[in-house]
Design a protein around this ligand. Structure first.
Ligand code: 13P
Ligand code: SF4
Length: 319
């Protein structure tokens, strides 16, 4: 505990000295989330992380999350220094959608409006008409559908399928998935619900259809935390990364949160209910990156200029 306190103090001092601000996601270690809030940074979903980083006057943004979050921050603020505790922290959706294959997919369907999830590389975003996050994807696709647009969607097939079902839009889906959310199981969830008949079910839309179908609320991490706080229930079953429970417990003290079931348990399944890349963010590597300045995110200027168009469209739509 003493070492932890010393590390936190060191990080606070370095953030001040470097005119840096900490932008954290709800899936990272609770200590990092608390530090972000204590030091005037933010902890939020990926839409708010992007907006906060863009609007904050700090010279340096330290993004505690995964690579696409750091890249989005850099694209929106090319003149800020963007650091990450570990540059190897990526995302299975990003890895499963290589820019060259994605570009060929777009070339084959030139009549479609290209909508990509935030969880993609800068090069994929550079090819897109719109970027969306889980908090606003449904609204944006509904808007495009109302204009008669046909959609090419990438990479998450579950989120894409959910949006397609809700909006009735004509969507051609890339077949990617999140290795964490893909593990939640519909049949096991049904059994768990029978044991907890009064529990409300909170589900991130990266989860499989059989899980989403049982949800009381489907939403982004911020939206799920708000639901935990606002819904009139004492018990919740949560189908998303269990890093979110730190904030949920703070937002809704006294309520009970249960992990949605996965095929394995944490001993047999490394990525069950916790993202291995989000877990790469810690106090030690955060302190080190601030002190020694490595792990800077760079986005090629031409790619950044192209990619910013689809991100700005989303932020203007959200405003
Ligand atoms: P949110 O935008 O809901 O925070 O989701 C990001 C993410 O990577 C979920 O796995
Ligand atoms: Fe990517 Fe899934 Fe990790 Fe989110 S939880 S960053 S979608 S691998």
């Amino acid at each position: 505990p003493d070492q932890k306190i010393a590390l936190k103090e060191r990080i606070k001092r370095l953030l001040k000295e470097q005119q840096a601000v900490l932008v954290a996601h709800y899936y990272v270690d609770g200590d990092l989330q608390d530090l972000a809030e204590e030091t005037g940074g933010c902890v939020s979903d990926s839409l708010e992380m992007a907006r906060f980083g863009r609007d904050h006057p700090a010279k340096t943004l330290v993004v505690a999350g995964v690579k696409f979050m750091g890249e989005t921050s850099k694209i929106l603020s090319p003149y800020k220094r963007v650091l990450m505790p570990d540059l190897d922290a990526t995302c299975s959706l990003d890895l499963g959608c290589p820019a060259d294959q994605f570009s060929a997919f777009c070339d084959a369907h030139p009549d479609r409006t290209v909508v990509v999830y935030a969880n993609t590389s800068a090069a994929v975003k550079a090819r897109a008409d719109w970027m969306v996050t889980s908090s606003i994807g449904l609204d944006i696709v509904a808007h495009l559908h109302a204009q008669g647009k046909k959609i090419l969607w990438a990479p998450d097939k579950h989120l894409g399928g959910y949006i397609q079902k809700q909006t009735g839009a004509d969507m051609l889906l890339w077949q990617g998935s999140c290795l964490v959310h893909d593990e939640f199981k519909g049949v096991e969830l049904e059994l768990l619900r029978q044991q907890h008949p009064n529990a409300k079910i909170l589900v991130h839309p990266e989860s499989p259809e059989a899980v989403v179908a049982q949800a009381d609320v489907v939403g982004s991490t911020t939206q799920l935390i708000a639901a935990a706080q606002n819904l009139d229930a004492d018990e919740f079953i949560v189908a998303t990364d269990n890093g979110i429970l730190h904030k949920m417990r703070m937002a809704a003290p006294g309520k009970r949160f249960i992990d949605a079931p996965t095929a394995g348990n944490s001993a047999t399944c490394k990525s069950c209910a916790h993202c291995p890349w989000m877990a790469m963010n810690g106090l030690q590597n955060l302190a080190d990156v601030l002190e020694f300045g490595g792990n800077e995110i760079h986005v090629d200027a031409e790619t950044g200029r192209k990619a910013v168009v689809c991100i700005d469209r989303m932020l203007d739509f959200a405003a």
